[in-house]
Design a protein around this ligand. Structure first.
Ligand code: FES
Length: 73
């Protein structure tokens, strides 16, 4: 999943070179609501696992922007 890099498009998963926009696109295209789903659909977070909090933060931000609130955990 390649995207055009912008200054605001922060790197999320360094192992797989996936940026914030890649995670957002995965959530949108596949309807992923949980970290495990994003991992399965994009590969993000399946390496060293250090990015799990960053992935979750992107998902929460996207949910807040879309629905007005992040999902309860
Ligand atoms: S930084 Fe995402 S799996 Fe390593």
């Amino acid at each position: 999943m390649a995207t055009i890099e912008t200054a605001n498009d922060k790197m999320v998963c360094y192992c797989y070179g996936l940026r914030e926009s890649d995670i957002q696109q995965t959530v949108q295209l596949h309807g992923c609501q949980e970290l495990q789903a994003v991992m399965s659909c994009s590969g993000a977070g399946t390496g060293c696992t250090a990015c799990h909090r960053r992935i979750q933060a992107v998902m929460n931000k996207q949910a807040t922007e879309t629905y007005g609130a992040a999902p309860l955990k």
